[in-house]
Design a protein around this ligand. Structure first.
Ligand code: UDX
Length: 463
């Protein structure tokens, strides 16, 4: 089968950037990214590529270069599916909020809808690629829907998990550590693997393209995220002990990170990890383990989440406790709302949970984030369903300027590690705050000694 056209279902944080890079590196292919959400597609098609719906360093330039040439964003889902030889499924797989597996299992509703839509419109053989992180054995479900169309069309299902991290998506896509492709071990399966390998080989060295079976590929993705999150929870699990005993977690991380077996990455103590993947993937892993009766395995990985929840909770508790056990009516200013720097994504961001706890204590939360607006902040809080939208709106206010956000505050809390925060005129912020002026640095990005010299009461994480 000659590959000339690719379709990607889902124009989100994975589908958009991945297809933009494939389009840039494979000018001989035509790529159409489809999504049911008209507003999102319109934003991807905005004349000014700075207005595309996802902020990622370098993305707007790649879109400007390829869009309208061999990269298209469209709502014509069925047409794009029908014409493509390869279809990527890149829709979101949130954790189930109802029924069996509620709060743990992945909700495969959207995946199933995609499979049914492909089954309905496909007239010739297709390769279907799972790009979304899915629980092990999802491919089997997709296959069973596709194989029962009765119209003689042959489908090959590949698992091709994406390992890009937000904020560095374009460089991760251009220089991946590895590409993983799982497929059937049959001759047809191997041909499909080869077709996808050939696409990546346009810019990725072949020795970095690993091929395996579908199940191993699916499980590798969950395992990679579980390991990464586990490192953060492991270092965070020692921060409280450091705070009690006078050790400094940054020093501990540096010392252990120089052991080449441990390595220095993903050892940064923080207010807790966020993002759409870590929690969801671990819950998924836990759910799968439990469903096979593997309770010790499930409990081991669940602890990574428990520790992360504790880290967020204790940050909020510490603010309340330090501010003389009450924050009622006090202005607490947040620097950062995104789950990490260089992204406008806020999913599972620690800031949401800390704001929720502080609002319960009747604090007035003021937020400045360079990429997140008031509408998003309120919808994140509303999503928790702790209180009414009106109450959330009355308790949280966002600002376009960090100095205004901090004016008159009793405390400033750093929730995201945006680099600009470290370079502010902190003396100016201090002068406009209530005294004593408290800073809770949830990312350890400020210089403790300098902050203390200005007059701040400084609290970092784990020191
Ligand atoms: C993650 C994986 O890294 C990526 O491979 C996968 O494809 C998707 O999930 P992402 O969620 O975009 O990517 O961001 P990541 O850089 O992994 O950070 C996740 C969270 O952990 C952030 O909230 C970050 O601030 C936090 N973190 C990260 C720490 O608190 N300490 C660290 O040392 C590293």
């Amino acid at each position: 089968m000659e590959i000339t056209k690719i379709c990607c279902i889902g124009a989100g944080y994975v589908g958009g950037p991945t297809m933009a890079v494939i389009a840039q590196k494979c000018p001989h292919l035509t790529i159409t990214v489809v999504d049911l959400n008209q507003e999102r597609i319109d934003a991807w098609n905005d004349e000014n590529t700075d207005n595309i719906p996802i902020f990622e360093p370098g993305l707007s330039a790649v879109v400007a270069e390829t869009r309208g040439k061999n990269l298209f964003f469209s709502n014509a889902v069925e047409k794009a599916i029908e014409e493509a030889q390869i279809i990527f499924i890149s829709v979101n797989t949130p954790t189930k909020t109802y029924g069996k597996g509620k709060g743990m299992a992945a909700d495969l509703k959207y995946i199933e809808l995609c499979a049914r839509q492909i089954a309905k419109v496909a007239k010739d053989n297709k390769i279907v690629v799972e790009k979304s992180t899915l629980p092990v054995r999802t491919a089997e479900a997709i296959k069973s829907i596709l194989d029962n169309t009765g119209n003689g069309v042959q489908f090959q299902i590949l698992s091709n998990p994406e390992f890009l991290a937000e904020g560095t998506a374009i460089s991760d896509l251009l220089h991946p550590d590895r590409i993983l492709i799982g497929g059937d071990q049959t001759a047809e399966g191997q041909k499909a693997i080869q077709a996808l390998t050939d696409i990546y080989a346009n810019w990725v060295p072949r020795d970095k393209i690993l091929t395996t079976n579908v199940w191993s590929s699916e499980l590798s993705k969950l395992t990679a995220n579980a390991f990464l999150a586990q490192r953060i929870s492991s270092i965070n699990a020692l921060t409280e002990l450091c705070e009690k005993t006078g050790a400094d977690i940054n020093e501990v991380a540096r010392a252990i990170g120089m052991d080449s077996r441990i390595g220095p990455k993903f050892l940064k103590a923080s207010v807790g990890f966020g993002g759409s993947c870590f929690k969801k993937d671990i819950l998924n892993l836990v759910y799968i383990a439990k469903s096979y009766g593997l309770n010790e395995t499930a409990a081991y990985w669940e602890q990574v989440i428990i520790m992360n929840d504790h880290q967020k909770k204790r940050f909020a508790d510490k603010i309340v406790k330090t501010l003389y056990n009450t924050v009622a009516g006090k202005k607490i200013s947040f620097l950062g709302w995104a789950f990490k720097k260089n992204t406008n994504d806020t999913r599972e961001s620690a800031a949401i949970y800390i704001a929720d706890d502080l609002i319960n204590e009747q604090a007035a939360v003021c937020v400045y984030d360079p990429k997140v607006n008031q509408k998003k902040i309120l919808s994140d809080l509303d999503y928790l369903e702790t209180r009414s939208s009106q109450e959330n709106a009355a308790n949280v206010q966002s600002f376009d300027n960090p100095f205004e956000a901090c004016q008159g505050a009793h405390a400033v809390a750093v929730l995201t590690e945006w680099e600009e925060f470290a370079h502010y005129d902190w003396k100016k912020i201090y002068d406009a705050m209530q005294k004593p002026a408290f800073v809770f640095d949830g990312r350890n990005i400020l210089n403790k000694k300098e902050m203390q010299k200005i007059g701040f009461v400084y609290h970092g994480i784990g020191s």
